[in-house]
Design a protein around this ligand. Structure first.
Ligand code: ATP
Length: 290
């Protein structure tokens, strides 16, 4: 095979907790991850030249070694001594620097794609091991679906699919640096920790209400005071009928859960009217049968 087309899906966090800061600067997390039906399209082709060429529909994204696609391809080339190079055409649909793992999922797609194109025969587990060398969310982006993510993101437990529902994603027109948020996170006895084990159990029981009642993200304690618009978005989503509302990752993206498609569509229209400069996407969970 010389080329392939891949969909690289975005994620949201139904729950995000940080347990502690490790000596090495990494954070130990406990998160419930959920893939959503929103994706970047990647066309990957093998080329003779020893090069990694990236073409992207968003001019503000780097196409050199600063693109995570470049880093991933370089790692695989080195690790397996691969001949030649690759050309990648990236159609970016996932909001950037938004807390939706937009970069991590492209990296996961490159791992999967190059595994096929170079006939490496690597297992999903090996791809995840390589993924964590690129970024903490990459192993999950290889796995996808609903999952509990622990450690620094490398310890993954697959969960059953979420009961049927719709997700309304809304992103203010600002960018938030993940590094900044983690650096400024204060963990003390006042930190509100979401009940992640309880949420995992609710998912196992197929109890959507139990999931919604446990939604929480410890990173909101940093992002919301610094970017109050995130709170405005959350409040608006709730007032337009979302059954649960939360910030995803380090933000600024927020999302609302709806069980009614009609209510979700109505809320999407109201959000667009209220925040004409923001991004509003109505979607649903993307599930993997486990
Ligand atoms: P996460 O949820 O994993 O923290 P994020 O959604 O907050 O991810 P990304 O969209 O991955 O953040 O982008 C973070 C930075 O990475 C951006 O500033 C961007 O310039 C850079 N970047 C490099 N390669 C990519 C890529 N392929 N897609 C998106 N951003 C990329």
């Amino acid at each position: 095979m010389r080329s392939c087309n891949l969909k690289a899906y975005a994620k949201i966090n139904l729950g995000l907790d940080v347990l502690r800061r490790r000596e090495d600067g990494y954070h130990e997390v406990s998160m419930i991850m959920q893939t959503v039906n929103l994706y970047d399209n990647l066309y990957i082709k093998r080329i003779e030249k020893e090069d990694i060429i990236i073409n992207c529909n968003r001019r503000y994204l780097p196409t050199n070694e600063n693109n995570i696609i470049h880093k991933t391809a370089t790692l695989l080339k080195k690790e397996y001594n691969l001949p030649g190079g690759i050309f990648v055409d990236l159609k970016k649909n996932i909001p950037v620097a938004a807390g939706m793992a937009g970069g991590s999922t492209d990296a996961a797609a490159v791992l999967v794609g190059m595994n096929r194109l170079f006939d490496l025969g690597l297992s999903g587990e090996r791809l995840m091991e390589l993924g964590v060398m690129i970024g903490a969310d990459v192993p999950y982006c290889v796995m996808r679906g609903t999952a509990l993510s622990e450690g620094i993101g490398e310890r993954l437990t697959g969960l059953p699919a979420l009961p049927p529902c719709y997700i309304l994603i809304a992103k203010p027109e600002i960018s938030v640096s993940t590094g900044f948020v983690y650096k400024n996170l204060v963990l003390n006895e006042d930190t509100p920790h979401p009940d992640i084990p309880g949420m995992a159990e609710a998912i196992r029981q197929g109890d959507l209400e139990g999931v919604i009642s446990r939604m929480g993200n410890v990173l909101e304690t940093v992002t919301i005071p610094d970017y109050p618009i995130v709170k405005d978005y959350k409040d608006a989503l709730a007032s337009y009928g979302a059954e649960g509302v939360l910030m995803s990752g380090s933000g600024p993206t927020v999302f609302g859960i709806f069980t009614s498609k009609e209510r979700g569509y109505e809320a999407a229209d109201l959000m667009k009217e209220r925040f004409p400069r923001g991004t509003v996407i109505f979607t649903r969970p993307f599930s993997i049968n486990r």
